[in-house]
Design a protein. Structure first.
Ligand code: MN
Length: 290
């Protein structure tokens, strides 16, 4: 059965993360939103924006995380990542990075050096995926999801392309391993393309339109920048593109535990947040140069 729409909304006015990411924050933004989108916890969206060439580092310097995962998806431009667990990588267009902060990590996120020097359009998303209590202290991990690694399949006679970053689309499994079920699909749809996206009935499910207009849930089209949250009232989302469109489909099993968020830490209790701050101040997250 097709899911209907609970609400459609836009993100907050843009703010700067460091000096390289001019993002709109999508959630938590509404009452109970963290429950309605769990396990996804935060979504920052940098819509396509041109950056002038610079010889300086542009982005956000070394900072900690604990208790969750950051997932960065690039559509245009390139982002470089380095962390205190010794991982590093470059995320280019069509690629993603799945970083598990778990027990704690320091990392920095910059425009990739040659991209910063040349300047150009950056279009990207960062999503925070919560970890359940039993995995919050898992060792830090890094998954580089290259273009070649993304599992993709044409749909609607080639009018559309479904690219699976994590979870699955029908029988096609994405490359990222996750701690709880989380489907993340990059949809590239030509005008008129229709796609049916399976989602178990209890999974929290949403579609963010990044380019063009996409009709879903039996309503008029959502435009670029609009986020559609679906009711948990069916096992499929039906989407139809009206233009050359890009959209991100999120569907995940909710983590039903108390959640306390403070800055870069997402834990279950206030005591655990205080412990994270103490551990960070005591240098227990390791070290990393900018
Ligand atoms: Mn970060």
């Amino acid at each position: 059965m097709e899911r209907s729409i609970e609400t459609v909304f836009r993100g907050s006015p843009e703010h700067w993360v460091g000096n390289g990411f001019h993002v709109s924050n999508y959630f938590p933004s509404a009452t109970d939103f963290e429950k309605r989108m769990s396990p996804f916890f935060l979504l920052d969206y940098q819509k396509p924006e041109r950056y002038a060439p610079t010889a300086r580092k542009r982005g956000v310097g070394t900072h900690p995380h604990r208790g969750f995962e950051t997932v960065t998806v690039a559509y245009q431009g390139s982002i470089a990542h380095r962390d205190s667990a010794g991982h590093g990588g470059i995320i280019g267009p069509g690629e993603a990075q799945w970083m598990t902060a778990g027990a704690g990590v320091l990392h920095n996120e910059y425009h990739e050096e040659s991209f910063a020097k040349a300047g150009g359009v950056l279009h990207m998303i960062q999503i925070w995926v919560n970890l359940p209590r039993r995995h919050k202290r898992t060792p830090a991990k890094y998954q580089d999801i290259t273009r070649e690694a993304v599992a993709e399949t044409p749909v609607d006679g080639g009018k559309g392309l479904v690219r699976v970053l994590s979870g699955a689309y029908e029988d096609l499994k994405g490359p990222a391993s996750t701690f709880t079920p989380a489907h993340m699909l990059d949809l590239r749809l030509k005008p008129g393309a229709r796609v049916r996206l399976p989602t178990p009935k209890d999974y929290n499910t949403a579609l963010l339109v990044l380019q063009g207009r996409v009709k879903a849930g039996g309503r008029k089209a959502a435009e670029a920048g609009e986020f559609i949250l679906f009711k948990n009232d069916g096992d499929e989302v039906h989407a139809e593109a009206l233009d050359d469109s890009i959209a991100l489909f999120l569907s995940g099993a909710p983590i039903e535990e108390p959640l306390v968020h403070y800055g870069p830490f997402v834990m279950n209790t206030v005591d655990e947040i205080n412990e994270a701050i103490e551990d960070f101040n005591a240098g227990k997250f390791g070290s990393l140069k900018d």
